[in-house]
Design a protein around this ligand. Structure first.
Ligand code: PLP
Length: 260
């Protein structure tokens, strides 16, 4: 086992996304997953049926005790639910910035359309978390919300990625799954240039939790000492196989397969 990964995110009772996907991905990649849970969701493959936020002081406490005792080699944040939680999480992880890689997955809305971040909280994400991000992992709707740009194609992805770097993230992985086409290109934008990760699109409804899984798999790689492009490449391959071998559970968007 290699790499202590602190995940700050929400729970998915259906086991497909959120903290559950994060733990499965980190464990499958031989890391050690620790969690500070920000919110509970009552959720299945059909959608999010309820959200119960954790009191902010208790979120702080989860992060503090784990860092004090065990420490972390990388941090990943996912669903943060409210601006108040974003502020608290930023306070708690800021001392790690520059010492430990921080991956920020700017989770906003589930694939089924349910909000996982309050509408007014985007400004807090930009002000407090972007500057801490060694890597930001937005999908197209998230990148649009963060930058105000409209993204239609790879050129739009490049422009938005550059904007997010200028806004303070040290690297941005622009996920291309929402753009049309037979292939999916994720674009890694770093100050030195751009790296493309292109794969065949798998025609399946079972993609629940891909964003959480990818970000956690990257955090595991960074915590294990991989360089960013290698961590992204390994994580992409992991997610691709997890989609291709998804078990098809439930009646909606089913979970991935983490046992491969
Ligand atoms: N539930 C939780 C707790 C999440 O963190 C996320 C995504 O980050 C989702 C649900 C949404 O997952 P998806 O959009 O892949 O269905």
């Amino acid at each position: 086992m290699n790499g202590r990964i602190l995940i700050v995110a929400g729970s998915d009772s259906g086991g497909g996304a959120g903290i559950q996907a994060d733990i499965k991905a980190v464990t499958a990649l031989d890391g050690y997953a620790m969690t500070a849970i920000t919110a509970l969701t009552a959720q299945d493959t059909r959608g999010v049926h309820g959200v119960h936020a954790v009191p902010v002081p208790f979120i702080r406490q989860q992060i503090r005790v784990v860092l004090d005792d065990i420490g972390a080699d990388a941090v990943k944040t996912g669903m943060l639910a409210t601006a108040e939680i974003i502020d608290a999480v930023a306070d708690e992880i800021a001392p790690l910035a520059g010492r430990v890689p921080i991956v920020i997955d700017p989770v906003m809305v589930s694939k089924g359309g349910q909000r996982l971040l309050d509408e007014g909280a985007t400004a807090a994400l930009v002000a407090r978390l972007l500057p801490l991000a060694d890597l930001l992992t937005p999908n197209v709707p998230e990148a649009e919300a963060l930058t105000g740009l409209e993204i239609r194609d790879l050129d739009g992805q490049r422009e938005a990625g550059g904007r997010l770097l200028a806004m303070g993230a040290r690297a941005v992985l622009m996920k291309g799954g929402h753009l049309p086409g037979p292939e999916v290109t994720d674009l890694l934008v770093i100050p030195e240039g751009e790296i493309y990760f292109t794969g065949e699109r798998v025609d399946t409804p079972h993609t629940h939790g891909t964003g959480c899984t990818l970000a956690s798999a990257i955090a595991a790689g960074l915590g294990q000492g991989l360089a960013l492009p290698q961590a992204v490449a390994r994580a992409s391959a992991y997610v691709d196989l997890a989609i291709q071998t998804a078990p098809g559970y439930g009646h909606g968007h089913g979970p991935l397969n983490h046992s491969h």
